[in-house]
Design a protein around this ligand. Structure first.
Ligand code: PLP
Length: 281
């Protein structure tokens, strides 16, 4: 496997990060995960725009323009002879002697590499179990930051309850999953949390909203109380690696079993069509 490291594509073992990298010391950095389908990145420009926004919000400067980075990422996958998978891109603020205060003179460090795609075909048909729990994360979940402790803890908690994903509620309102966005279906209408500081505005979420509008499916972007989950007709998650993932049951703070319904299936089909390939996993 190859790594994009400081503008060079090199063998994995050759890339060496510093102990004094602020990403390592403080989680002071940002990232993106981009899906590669049949040799093409999906919605790469949207991911790069979001990376730029995350950088701006943290007063960081990216080392490359979006055009330069696009070129580098395609070089990376060519070197890897990869057609499918996910490319993880990380940018840290750079290295400094340990001090909370950054100086704005640090040189940002960008790395990227390919991760294999897991096979989700079974779960795409039968759905997954989700664990509903309190959102203990910070108030800037709109930034795709390397600080993921709240997400990491919730994911473990979910797994310990035989669930695949954790669903957060803050002040009684459902926000999102630990690494996904959530949609409910009620009487043919889609419901999802608005894109504000309490959630990450997922690229897949944006695609689903777009698909729904195209197909005249009503979308309501408003916070809803966790109790509403118990009365939903259908529910699904969205994310770059899981695409459109049906939820068959909630446990934890809400307990209910759901069918995998027609709207979820329609959105799945439309999403697959958008990717432009016939089989996904
Ligand atoms: N919400 C959180 C907290 C995430 O970490 C992610 C993706 O990693 C998402 C939502 C889904 O975003 P996307 O569809 O861009 O992958």
């Amino acid at each position: 496997a190859y790594i994009l490291w400081q503008g060079q594509i090199m063998k994995e073992a050759t890339a060496q990060a510093s102990l004094f990298d602020r990403g390592y010391q403080f989680g002071d950095g940002i990232y993106e995960m981009v899906r590669l389908y049949d040799g093409q990145f999906f919605a790469l420009q949207k991911h790069l725009e979001r990376l730029n926004k995350s950088a701006e919000k943290l007063d960081m400067t990216l080392p490359y323009t979006s055009a330069e980075l696009t070129h580098l990422l395609y070089q990376l996958i060519q070197k890897d002879h990869a057609d499918n998978g996910n490319v993880y891109v990380q940018v840290t603020r750079g290295t400094s002697t340990r001090d909370h205060l950054y100086s704005r003179t640090e040189t940002p460090i960008l790395s990227a590499y390919l991760l294999p795609q897991k096979d989700h075909r079974q779960a795409h048909t039968s759905g997954i179990a989700a664990y509903v729990t309190e959102d203990i994360r910070w108030l800037r979940c709109d930034i795709k930051s390397l600080n993921l402790l709240g997400n990491v803890m919730a994911k473990r908690q979910a797994a310990d309850h035989q669930c695949t994903e954790a669903i957060f509620h803050r002040d009684g309102m459902i926000t999102e999953g630990a690494s996904t966005n959530i949609f409910l279906v009620n009487n043919g209408t889609l419901y999802t949390h608005p894109a504000n500081n309490f959630i990450l505005d997922g690229i897949t979420r944006q695609e689903v909203i777009d698909i729904a509008e195209e197909r005249h499916i009503n979308v309501v972007q408003e916070p809803f109380p966790k109790e509403v989950l118990a009365h939903a007709d259908e529910a699904f998650l969205t994310g770059t690696t899981i695409e459109i993932m049906p939820i068959h049951s909630f446990t934890g703070d809400v307990q209910v079993t759901l069918p995998i319904g027609p709207i979820t299936k329609r959105i799945q089909e439309a999403f697959t069509a958008r990717i432009g390939i016939t089989t996904t996993n």
